[in-house]
Ligand binder design. Structure first.
Ligand code: GLU
Length: 548
């Protein structure tokens, strides 16, 4: 029985050839140096912050080189399917402005000429490639039962041998075709294995774009390429898909480094050019004094949804991730504080090969800077969008007092050194609530400082608002009046003079401002008091101080 006859017995329905597929997936018409890369998740609906980092890099290199970035769904593990898994992944990435040039658009639709972009619809293609290997005597059916494989593993473990199907353990590798056919005809179940041409005593050298030269023993395992259900393993799908889809760069997690010898061997067996590889280390975090991977189970910040829920602007998350991706990005951002990652030149050589420490505080700082540079109207719009999803009461207040709210956000903004009050859109309410009467009710906790007696406070407030305060004053006049008020009540109007002679006064002008500030806001620290008073307006102020 010839190999061809055996191949036909195993795959009677496969009529196309590898050659046919080569024609259906022509070379892409891109300029020299264009990177074709992909994001290839299982459809679990979950995007880990490490995946986002990977997608950011991939999107960036593709854009930067006028290449292609596509989304391929790897659903060969049919047990891990989740409802709306694909749609949720796309939504989460779109939230970070990460879009795909080709690939799945939702659970069923796709765009692009190199599909299908979901592996379960590519069964026939994988089988065509496997069939060709069988025809060439480079793959074979293997009839081990689960129990037999388990036994082999136990033997290998006990004698400290390498685990897997190789050498004397590859029992079906050289079984004559007639005997194979007989077993198949008897209905015995099987999988397809590669007949590995590798030699474990020899080394293969792979140049990883991040890790540099990797030298590992060749693969000599007869790895599974087609499983019982007719679907491929990750290794075989990687070969077939990335070859046909013309992937030039594979950016993926470093858990795949150890399988590299398998992958380069598969490309060699077919005579295909292997893509370039960039293996990323996982993001780490400190747990007590130990470093560990950020975990989906333990850390809320592992899920990219977290950032959306706490209202960190996408741009800030991306800026932060770029500082993790490229070691020179932070310096670049300092030099270009208004820059976006689109203007930065990403370089694989600047990616750290060891796991970066994920620093949420640093992300919050970047976010603070980012929000501080937004225009007031943008802070308004984005806080409103956030509130509509997560705090509808605040959303309706923002909508009711639109112009007033924009003016609040405008305090100490749109200037050279803007104020940095909010790291997230969730923080906003906690910083501005006292500007709205709706929230200025109930038990109010006044943070008075040095001046605490009620009578003194009332005297300061009534003298100030009855005698001095005029909403039409400019800022200098306003401040001079506070100084005058201080003098009148026995407080030093000048801080320098006060330092020299503190005992001559009841206190100083700053104590007076604090009383006014706390009376109208409850807070001892706020943005510019002059602006706050102006915005609150006389009626609101009078109403507030009448309750003290
Ligand atoms: N589906 C694989 C994973 O999620 C993709 C790895 C790759 O990018 O090739 O790990």
């Amino acid at each position: 029985m010839t190999n061809k006859e055996l191949a036909n017995l195993i795959f009677p329905n496969i009529t196309k050839t590898v050659e046919d597929y080569e024609k259906m997936y022509p070379t892409r018409d891109l300029k020299e140096g264009a990177v074709v890369t992909r994001y290839a998740p299982s459809p679990t609906g979950f995007v880990h912050i490490g995946n986002l980092l990977q997608a950011v890099m991939a999107r960036k290199v593709a854009t930067q080189t006028e290449g292609v970035f596509f989304l391929r769904i790897e659903d060969t593990d049919q047990e891990r399917l989740v409802e709306n898994g694909i749609t949720n992944i796309i939504r989460d990435l779109n939230n970070f402005n990460i879009t795909f040039d080709e690939g799945m658009l939702n659970e069923t639709d796709e765009k692009g000429n190199y599909g299908p972009y979901i592996q379960s619809k590519r069964k026939e293609i994988y089988q065509t490639f496997a069939k060709e290997l069988i025809e060439k005597g480079l793959a074979y059916p293997c009839f081990y039962t689960k129990e037999e494989l388990e036994e082999i593993r136990e033997v290998q473990e006990a004698s400290k041998e390498r685990i897997g199907c190789y050498g004397k353990y590859a029992k079906y590798r050289d079984l004559p075709n007639e005997m194979i056919a007989e077993k198949i005809e008897n209905g015995e179940s099987y999988i397809i294995r590669l007949k590995s041409p590798g030699n474990f005593d020899k080394k293969v050298i792979i140049n990883d774009l991040i890790r540099g030269k990797i030298e590992i023993p060749e693969n000599d395992l007869d790895i599974v390429i087609i499983k019982k259900d007719g679907l491929p393993t990750y290794h075989f799908a990687h070969l077939v898909d990335d070859h046909l889809m013309k992937t030039t760069h594979v950016i993926r997690g470093d858990e795949w480094v150890s399988s590299l010898p398998i992958h380069v061997q598969l490309f060699e067996v077919f005579g295909f050019k292997a893509p370039k590889y960039a293996h990323l280390s996982p993001l780490m975090k400190m747990d007590g004094d130990k470093k560990r991977k950020i975990s989906k189970r333990k850390d809320p910040e592992a899920a990219v949804n977290f950032y959306h829920e706490v209202g960190i602007p996408e741009e800030a998350v991306l800026l932060y991730l770029m500082t993790v991706a490229n070691s020179n990005f932070e310096a670049w951002l300092d030099a270009n504080p208004n820059g976006s990652i689109d203007d930065f030149n990403f370089d694989f050589k600047k990616v750290s090969a060891s796991g970066a420490l994920f620093d949420l505080e640093k992300m919050r700082n970047i976010s603070k800077n980012f929000i501080s540079r937004l225009k007031a109207i943008d802070v308004y719009d984005r806080t409103l969008t956030y509130a509509k999803e997560f705090d509808t009461e605040f959303a309706s207040i923002l909508e009711k007092y639109k112009e007033y709210s924009i003016s609040i956000f405008n305090i100490e903004r749109e200037q050279k050194k803007p104020r940095k009050d909010y790291a997230t859109f969730k923080d906003v309410k906690g910083e501005v609530w006292y500007m709205y009467d709706e929230y200025f009710t109930g038990e109010l906790n006044y943070e008075y400082g040095k001046i605490n007696e009620k009578e003194e406070i009332q005297k300061i407030l009534s003298t100030y608002f009855n005698k001095y305060y005029d909403v039409n004053d400019d800022k200098d006049t306003w401040f001079n009046k506070i100084k005058e008020l201080s003098s009148e009540l026995g407080y030093c109007p000048d801080m320098k003079e006060y330092k020299v002679n503190p005992d001559a006064y009841k206190g100083n002008v700053a104590d007076i401002s604090t009383v006014i500030r706390v009376a109208v806001t409850t807070k001892s620290q706020t943005p510019d008091l002059y602006e706050i008073l102006r915005l609150l307006g006389v009626d609101r102020i009078k109403n507030r101080i009448s309750k003290i």
